[in-house]
Design a protein around this ligand. Structure first.
Ligand SMILES: Nc1ncnc2c1ncn2[C@@H]1O[C@H](COP(=O)(O)OP(=O)(O)OP(=O)(O)O)[C@@H](O)[C@H]1O
Ligand SMILES: [Mg+2]
Length: 1082
């Protein structure tokens, strides 16, 4: 919106006229005056239609700021005051939006500002195209390639402190979005003669001065250089420093730029090494040395310099030295070596320096191309920027081969310009069927032909002369020119057949003159053949190829002896012609945009406008012709459809829709607008508008109309918006009101309803309570009556029955009650009976205190009964066993510690099964009676207390001890001879069987035995004795008892043994009165 409001046009605040097409009257004077006026007001840009004329202001103007970039961005070409940015914007947008490849052709003479213009275009495009890390890097590399190429390819000349000494064409490649992808640079013909010699007041290429003044000391030392310019023959001294140029700072800029472009540190170093080698080559000097054959041979004067160069680029000194002294010519397998004289040696030296430097420059361009080339293979849109040396004329006639070549190139560019603008323009008019008065313009094709014609063009003849056998010189070349070109209307020479020049003394003998489109130029033929040959002796290129310095080696692939090419290399002229042809072909495929640079003065000064100089440039650039064509023709053309589309709102009939052919619509429109008939013409498909003013007029009207339309649209839109808003609000209001009313009524109704309910409930409550009160009263009355009646009846009955009642009622009630209680007690007891196990100690709790005795008694009876039940289950046999166990229990329980362990053991009796065991067959026959007990026991030796195993047999009448192995009976004692058995109260199994005194068995004394089954043995012994003798033997349990051993009474004493004795009791005879048994402690 804001952009639309800024109503700008080329016509606003115009100084002079911004477009020369609008110039009135059109003449050279008014043209120059207009340029001057604008120049004086710092308006350095002026249009001729779409061509931009740029005047060099020689000072920096504040018209390239980012704000300016924004101002010109996406604007119509004629919308703002003329600017190089408008052209750049137009070119960039038609590249991006209409997919047309563009080229920007910048021409003008040296110092006119071509290089600056090309940089401005590039920086504008960089500023407006896409952003992003990757894109920015590409942009940065493209922009930074400029300082590198300028350092190596530019030099200070008389006309320009930063003159490009090479032609440059750069293709910037974009993707479909218009983001830059990369670029390709082509370079044309570096002016290499500058390396070895510079005209007065001019300098060598910048890099030499930058290196010497900017390199740090250690770097210079490494390169074997000295800071002092005067030490180097190749650096002319008279203008070594340039005002306002800081070589040292520029050196840093260049190195930085090289880094950004992608040069590795060692690459930069190699490049600087080659540069210093070139510089040092100039210091090699030669002296003559006479030889036997009388000829002079050159010798290097100071070998030190040579040595340093050889070290720098890694060549054997002898190889280079030889290459400076000899020349080998190879022809048909023959090698002829000739010596060089001093002049030839200098020639060879300079040729080497020039070649080394120009090849280095080409290498740099290729290296930069490698860095900036686009990474993708997709189709690219291309914008080419051509910054080529301008037309060059040295007034003193010092024009040489270089100027000839440069001017040829400009001639070709002019031809493109003519072809594309003038011719195309006319042809279009014819195509469109527009009346056209033919304008004569000078077509320079004839000059181009003079130079480049393949058979008799000047370049072809020069090549022919160079290749011709026999003596060839510049003079013979001129002679040839005189023969062949004499008749050409643009060629003049003193010897030319055209007699009118015979007396022309301005034309020296060794010169020829060409009438270029831009004026006449006098060329001196001296050096033409040499420069065209561009000869470098093969010995030198072979020497260079032998260098160990990889860059130097790679610069001289032709020095490789295995790839010797006897064919001559193409001549400089031929090469240049070919590359110009390629360039032209390339440019012809693109949409051209022209910037024509003009130099206002020769002094590089601001504010000075030298009329003659500018006039000359205006003429040779053909600017007047350019304007005339634009004026005679039509400034603006457009196909009918877009034109109608654009302006149809200016006329009622065509707005808003025109039904019918577009052409008719445009006709109606223009008629309606009352545009003078001579201002426009109807072509077949396009409308042609003669004057830009008419177009501006249309544009202005359109803008005005657009505003009206915008107001109309706004008006309708606002009305519609307000109406719909109002209707919406109204609808909303109704809805809201309805809802509110409903809500309010609902509330009110609910309030009334709840009040009614409350009132209702109060009334109902009141009524109910009244009824309830009456009912309660009635009930109480009934109850009262009943109670009174009952009491009354009771009193009467009691009064009647009292006599039957009182005597036994109490007792009966008591008995009845007791009976009930007992009944209940027994029934409960029955349900809670404990288990039948005799060891079950539980018994239900007693319910009443008075039943205590009964309860205890019942418990006892129950227990006895269940014990009896238990006993009744036993067989006779089992009963006997239990009898025995009972006996044991009575004897030992709580008396002997061994007893508890015996409770669980069944008393088996015959453990040895004598009758069945064949081992004891003899023993079994000896003992006829039934064996009650048979077991192995330990018989304690009476003398020492040691134990020995014996079979212990108990029969009904006696007990026997027999040998365990043989079964032989050792002792047999009738049971009637036994008196008692003694044992300790401990866990041990020692026991003494005492024999009655005086019996046969008593002779040996009592038996002291030991067995684990002591309890069983003693119990069985006791019972058997009792049953057979009807006498009880005495059972003595004591920890100390006396036994009778033969005559002695010995005391057996049981002591608690120490733990070391373990768990086994041990018996020991202490003396003849004491036998001690150590019993394990419990
Ligand atoms: N638009 C500009 N604004 C300010 N100064 C400019 C402008 N154009 C050119 N100059 C000045 O003019 C000098 C010469 O310009 P430039 O190097 O572009 O000329 P050129 O046409 O490329 O010459 P040559 O053909 O010798 O290379 C620049 O160094 C700069 O000082
Ligand atoms: Mg330049």
């Amino acid at each position: 919106m804001s952009k639309m409001e800024v109503k700008t046009s080329l016509l606003d605040n115009m100084i002079g006229v911004g477009d020369m097409v609008l110039l009135e009257p059109l003449a050279e004077e008014s043209f120059l005056e207009n340029l001057k006026k604008r120049f004086d007001h710092n308006e350095i840009y002026t249009y001729i239609g779409s061509v931009v004329i740029s005047m060099n202001p020689y000072r920096s103007l504040p018209i390239y700021s980012p704000e300016k970039v924004e101002e010109y961005r996406n604007r119509n070409f004629y919308e703002l005051s003329p600017h190089i940015f408008a052209l750049a914007d137009e070119a960039y947008r038609s590249l991006r939006d209409q997919d047309k490849d563009q080229c920007i052709l910048i021409t003008g003479e040296s110092g006119a500002g071509k290089t600056e213009a090309s940089k401005l275009v590039m920086s504008y495009v960089a500023a407006v195209c896409g952003k992003g890390a990757e894109v920015n890097q590409v942009k940065e590399q493209l922009l930074q390639s400029n300082p590198v190429l300028e350092a190596f390819g530019n030099a200070k000349t008389m006309r320009n402190d930063n003159s490009s000494r090479f032609g440059k064409y750069m293709d910037i490649e974009f993707d479909f979005k218009g983001d830059p992808l990369g670029g390709v640079i082509s370079n044309y013909l570096l002016e290499k003669s500058r390396v070895v010699k510079q005209p007065r007041g001019e300098r060598n290429f910048h890099i030499f001065y930058q290196l010497l003044s900017g390199a740090p000391d250690d770097m210079l030392k490494k390169l074997n250089l000295e800071r002092d310019f005067s030490k180097y023959n190749y650096l002319s001294l008279d203008s070594a420093t340039v005002n306002g140029v800081d070589d040292a700072a520029n050196f840093r800029t260049v190195r930085n730029a090289m880094q950004i472009v992608g040069f590795m540190d060692d690459e930069t170093q190699s490049v600087l090494e080659v540069v210093s080698a070139v510089l040092k080559l100039g210091n090699i000097e030669f002296k003559p040395e006479s030889r036997v054959n009388g000829l002079d041979e050159s010798r290097v004067k100071d070998k030190n310099e040579l040595k340093e160069i050889c070290e720098l680029i890694g060549i054997e000194q002898a190889v280079l030295e030889r290459a400076f002294s000899f020349r080998t010519v190879e022809a048909k397998q023959e090698k002829v070596s000739t010596t060089l004289n001093v002049a030839q040696a200098y020639y060879a030296r300079d040729a080497l320096a020039k070649n080394l430097y120009s090849r280095l420059f080409s290498w740099l361009v290729n290296r930069i191309n490698e860095s900036i080339k686009a990474q993708t293979k997709t189709r690219k849109k291309v914008m080419g920027v051509l910054d080529i040396y301008g037309f060059e004329i040295f007034e003193n006639g010092d024009n040489s081969f270089e100027q000839f070549i440069i001017n040829y190139c400009n001639e070709k560019l002019q031809q493109i310009f003519i072809e594309l603008t003038l011719r195309e323009e006319q042809e279009e008019y014819i195509r469109e069927g527009i009346e056209w008065t033919h304008i004569d313009y000078f077509n320079n094709a004839i000059i181009c032909d003079l130079i480049e014609n393949n058979t008799n063009g000047i370049l072809a003849m020069l090549d022919e002369e160079c290749l011709r056998p026999g003596t060839v010189s510049d003079e013979t070349f001129l002679e040839k020119l005189n023969q062949i070109c004499a008749g050409h209307e643009h060629f003049e020479s003193r010897m030319s057949k055209n007699s009118k020049f015979l007396n022309d003394h301005t034309l020296p003998h060794n010169c020829f003159r060409i009438q270029h489109y831009a004026g006449k130029v006098l060329y001196r033929v001296e050096g033409f053949v040499d420069k065209n040959n561009d000869l470098l002796y093969r010995d030198l290129s072979q020497a260079m190829w032998k260098a160990s310095h990889s860059l130097v080696k790679s610069l001289f692939p032709d020095g490789n002896p295995t790839k010797i090419n006897l064919k001559r290399p193409p001549t400089a002229g031929f090469q240049f012609k070919a590359s110009v042809a390629t360039l032209m072909k390339n440019l012809l495929t693109k949409n051209p945009n022209y910037i024509r640079c003009i130099k206002p003065n020769d002094k590089k000064a601001t504010h000075i406008f030298t009329d003659s100089l500018v006039c000359h440039q205006v003429r040779y650039l053909g600017l007047m012709e350019n304007v005339r064509v634009r004026r005679a023709g039509y400034a603006f053309r457009q196909t009918y459809e877009p034109c109608l589309e654009r302006y149809k709102m200016l006329c009622k009939q065509t707005w808003p829709h025109w039904r019918g052919p577009a052409r008719e619509g445009v006709e109606v429109l223009l008629k309606d607008l009352q545009i003078p008939r001579e201002e426009y013409s109807y072509g077949r498909s396009k409308i042609f508008i003669r004057n830009p003013r008419t177009l501006f007029h249309l544009e202005d009207q359109r803008k005005q109309r657009l505003q009206d339309l915008a107001t109309l649209i706004q008006k309708i839109y606002r009305g519609w918006k307000c109406r719909t808003r109002f209707l919406l609000m109204k609808r909303s209001q109704v809805t809201v009101a309805a809802w509110y009313r409903r809500y309010a009524q609902q509330k009110k109704y609910q309030r009334i309803k709840s009040s009614a309910i409350v009132v209702q409930s109060y009334i109902r409550g009141w009524k109910s309570r009244k009824i309830l009160r009456e009912l309660k009263y009635q009930k109480r009355c009934t109850e009262a009556v009943t109670t009174i009646a009952a009491y009354w009846h009771g009193t009467q009955v009691r009064r009647d029955y009292r006599k039957f009642f009182r005597a036994n009622a109490g007792k009966k009630i008591y008995e009845f009650t007791i009976q009930r209680i007992m009944q209940k007690y027994f029934l409960e007891l029955k349900n809670k009976m404990p288990s039948m196990s005799p060891i079950d100690k539980t018994w239900p709790a007693r319910p009443y205190l008075f039943l205590e005795a009964t309860h205890t008694e019942l418990r006892r009876i129950f227990h006895l009964w269940r014990c009896k039940k238990y006993r009744d289950q036993f067989t006779e046999q089992k009963k006997a066993i239990y009898d025995e166990k009972l006996e044991a229990s009575e004897m030992f329980k709580d008396k002997k510690a061994l007893y508890p362990s015996s409770v669980g053991q069944p008393f088996q009796g015959d453990y040895l099964e004598i009758s069945k065991n064949p081992k004891y067959q003899k023993l079994s026959t000896l003992v006829e009676e039934k064996i009650i007990l048979a077991d192995i026991v330990n018989k304690i030796n009476r003398a020492n207390g040691k134990g020995a195993p014996r079979i212990f047999l108990l029969t009904k009448n006696s007990f026997l001890l027999a040998d365990q192995k043989s079964g032989q009976i050792k002792s047999s004692v009738p049971l009637s001879d036994l008196t008692s058995a003694s044992m300790s109260a401990q866990t041990d199994g020692f026991f003494a069987v005492r024999v009655k005194e005086g019996t046969p068995a008593a002779a040996k004394g009592d038996f002291l035995l030991s067995s684990d089954r002591l309890i069983e043995i003693v119990t069985k012994l006791y019972r058997t004795c009792l049953s057979s003798t009807k006498e009880k033997i005495n059972i003595e349990i004591s920890d100390e008892f006396l036994v009778q051993f033969k005559q002695d009474k010995v005391c057996v004493k049981f002591v608690q043994g120490s733990p070391k004795n373990g768990s086994v009791a041990a018996c020991k005879r202490k003396n003849n009165r004491l036998l001690e048994v150590a019993v394990p402690s419990p």
